[in-house]
Write a protein that binds this ligand. Sequence first.
Ligand code: DC
Length: 653
Amino acid sequence: MIAPPFIDLPQCRCRPGTVRLPGSKSISNRVLLLAALCEGETEVRDLLVSDDTERMLDALQTLGVAVTEREGIWKIGGCGGRFPVRQAELFLGNAGTAFRPLTAALALSGGDYMLKGVARMHERPIGDLVDGLRQLGAEIEYLGNESYPPLRIGKGEGAREKGKTPLVTSVKGNVSSQFLTGLLMALPLTGVETTVEVMGELISKPYIEITLATMRRFGVEVRRESWQRFVVPANSRYVSPGVVYVEGDASSASYFLALGAIGGGPVRVEGVGRDSIQGDVRFAEALAQMGAQISMGPNWIEASAPLQGLQGVDLDCNHIPDAAMTLATTALFAQGPTKLRNIASWRVKETDRIAAMATELRKFGAVVEEGVDYLRITPHSSLLTPHSGIATYDDHRMAMCFSLMALGTPLRINDPGCVAKTFPDYFERFASVTQAAPVIAIDGPSASGKGTVAARVGKALGFAFLDSGALYRLTALAARRAGVAWDDEAGVAAIAAALQVEFGEDSILLAGEEVGEAIRSEEMSAGASQVAVLPAVRAALLYRQRVFNRFPGLVADGRDMGSVVFPQAVLKVFLTASVEARAERRTKQLIEKGFSANLALLLQELRERDERDSRRAVAPLRQEAEAKLLDTTALSIEQAVEQVLAWSKEALR
Ligand code: DC
């Protein structure tokens, strides 16, 4: 399957609803590793199936661990702390939750392994973990840059001396809690009492809680002395608990809770709640601080919007590093600034999330101050619609966070497939608790009267009106003025992409100049029809048209409104008339405006344009299967409007 380059979201409203969450990434990958390291077989239910867990599953299988799946139930054959395959090369993509713990486990289990990832993984530091493992006797070599993957681990039986002497190691606590997690999960492999001392403040403590709870589930109790010392007792062994249920992903819950908090709700997530072991459930408290109404049960959380709107907050986000990203986009819907503090770890995640977030938030007009470890976000008084797509930096959370912006404005999100890291069907779930602003699509041939009908229907419904043909006409006019030939695809597409257009009530401004009349000439009709056959021009105008898809609704007229631009339209009308009737109407129109007109010539031109519009390879004019046919040859404009209004009211019910 080819990943789509972008997804265009119309402006949406939140619909009350319930979302069953996918399994937690953090818990899934911990459970998989411990199930592989333990004695006995483990049945894992509700496992997250996503890129990151696939990296872990692939790696475990490469290491000789038996993995089977039937109807969503996974069975992992534990290897009792010694992987059957003693020499292997592992590719772990950009999955930090696979890379760090596997590094530790392999370093302490003996063997000869090479661990690699994607380019970004090789920019994410791992030196602190390697130092901690080396203190325990592990042999680890950097294959690229010092302190970064790729790594070569151990040789032969190398890494640890079997003995009885207790071991002590240390690890920095303030870069990534995944280092401590990786170490802790591997320590039972030493066989002796092993102590980890944490240097500096430990960040993201809730993730360590998940680690300790998961180890406990597999029979290993870690002694924790405040958050500075962790002792794994001698002879600790992982034993299969039989069946493990993976909790829903609390970080994934944040998007739906925010949706309810911003857009009304209530939106309920199922799979996490009061009894969750994941720290990110405390995201709900942060939302409550912004004013959202939150209720919670043992395994569900529900959020609704406050009557008086959300308020900006100043928050230490150390305890909810991943979910805090969701607060950044939520902040654009709040009154006053929001400051997210203590988020330095964002800089070493899938991307530099502080920089990425600041750059993309600014596209909505927000003023964003970016510090080493904080973001201060002041929303624009009214949300701006970005001119181009939101970049996602191969970071699933960027894509999911920015989907929330659809509650305020239509937008384009680039590379939406990146959500597969933790939430492959995110956008389908998003659609299940949102409702897009309605579109009525009216397509048909030139001079069929669809423009007049569409404008009147729009007015009657209180909807905006998009005359998409005007965009092609404007492109033709702008190209002519710039001296670019109408068949120069790249040249015209560049002009289309950069058009400076303002549509007013009764005016169309091109680079500030009124061109409403100029684009209606027969010459520009022909030019529009010519530039409209060029695929790059159509692609350049697509997003420009889709940004009209906002509340209360849109009536759009053109050739491909129902087929390409707004395939989700609630009503599609194919409005036509015989070519003779259209030529007569056009003649009358021209004469009324004081122009001369030749019926025979107009008839011929219309036939040529019909031919070109319906024969072109991209988005040809045709009646969609679900479109309602309205032949206006024998109808007055009023009759046509009345018919479309009747259909519209039915479709909008
Ligand atoms: O609707 P109109 O006559 O203003 O359109 C001018 C030209 O633009 C027409 O020949 C076909 C093209 N067009 C198009 O290809 N797709 C649209 N959605 C609208 C117009």
